[in-house]
Ligand binder design. Structure first.
Ligand code: MTE
Ligand code: MO
Length: 320
């Protein structure tokens, strides 16, 4: 039924033609003249210029808010991990402009009844967008509070009707060293890959994000489509996804392949299980004063009530 084998159209458009008006989502989701609109609700530093990214229509989900101020937009978009554009925190902001995020399509394959290649518009059409404010925690001991715009990954999974053999979901980032110059270096095995157990993927907290702070994702944050799993370390949140595969076996993951003793498949935020080279007991909130004390890290990044049951009976030291 959903079998639409749409060939990935590699854009031959000149860069000058790709403007915010070259819209890749359903037009109804966009608010015209977004760049000129005010920045209501933004925590921006004085003098910070609004990015020229289109706004997204999303309903605030009151279930997912955080009792802390959101991290400033300019911190969320200038302090990044995206090794396809360099290993420095400010490299993605400077270099990710070479990524073309439209047209974009995602290949769905493996243990599903409706495999195929779907355009981003196809994927988004049936799913109303929500704004959800999540705590985010990197394995490097820094954290942020981010108002994401997206839709539950589980909604997409259900739509493709996984077979009874689908025990895991594997994700893959674009591989194109021309657009992603970091892929010419051997920092990781490319393309970046990640995965979830199917019950984790179905959990209502797992989000596919297309925006933040009410606007389309900037490239450095994983445009046009990235995973957000707030109870896990940041490296599970794979960016710029081009393929989703349903598998019977646990799929390989980028950081686990690079350093298996340091980065596990599960990567649940856990203050009681240290990284081999540093403690995970505390974290530093990005943007907070340099003099602000670090704060204690919470089990499952504060989402234990929601997700701890997924891991009942598992030794979380072994399955780190
Ligand atoms: N494709 C890809 N996805 C990625 C990464 C990456 O290098 N490449 N870095 C991961 C890591 S380590 C973190 S902490 C988060 C950072 O997301 P942010 O830059 O939007 O905060 O993205 C994750 N997703
Ligand atoms: Mo990270």
């Amino acid at each position: 039924m959903f079998r639409k084998r749409l060939k990935t159209q590699i854009s031959s458009m000149p860069a000058s033609a790709i403007t915010p008006e070259t819209i890749f989502l359903d037009r109804r989701r966009w608010i015209a003249g977004a760049a000129a609109a005010g920045l209501a609700g933004w925590s921006a530093r004085p003098g910070f210029a609004a990015p020229a990214l289109p706004s997204l229509e999303a309903v605030k989900n009151a279930r997912y808010t955080v009792d802390a101020a959101p991290t400033a937009y300019e911190d969320i978009t200038s302090y990044n991990n995206f090794y396809e554009f360099g290993t420095g925190k400010d490299d993605p902001q400077r270099n990710a402009h070479s990524l073309r995020t439209r047209p974009w399509s995602v290949t769905i394959s493996g243990e599903v009844e409706s495999p195929g290649t779907y355009t981003l518009e196809d994927l988004l059409k049936p799913h109303p967008l929500e704004e959800r404010v999540y705590r985010m925690r990197c394995v490097e001991r820094w954290s942020m509070v981010i108002p994401w715009v997206g839709f539950p990954l589980g909604d997409l999974v259900r739509r493709f009707r996984p077979t009874s053999k689908a025990k895991y979901v594997a994700f893959k980032t674009l591989y194109d060293p021309k657009q992603m110059p970091g892929q010419r270096a051997g920092w990781l095995r490319w393309p970046y890959v990640e995965g979830l157990r199917i019950d984790e993927a179905m959990h209502p907290l797992a989000l596919l994000a297309v925006g933040l702070y009410g606007r389309v994702l900037p490239n450095q944050d994983g445009a046009p489509l990235r995973l957000v799993v707030p109870w896990k370390y940041g490296f599970k949140g794979i960016k710029s996804i081009v393929a989703i595969r349903f598998t019977e076996r646990q799929p390989p993951t980028a950081w686990n392949m690079a350093a298996p003793d340091e980065y596990g498949f599960y990567a649940n935020v856990n203050p009681a299980v240290d990284h081999p080279r540093w403690s995970q007991a505390s974290e530093r909130r990005i943007g907070a004063s340099l003099f602000a004390a670090t704060q204690p890290t919470l089990p499952f990044n504060g989402y234990a009530d929601d997700v701890a049951a997924l891991y009942r009976g598992m030794d979380l030291r072994r399955w780190f």
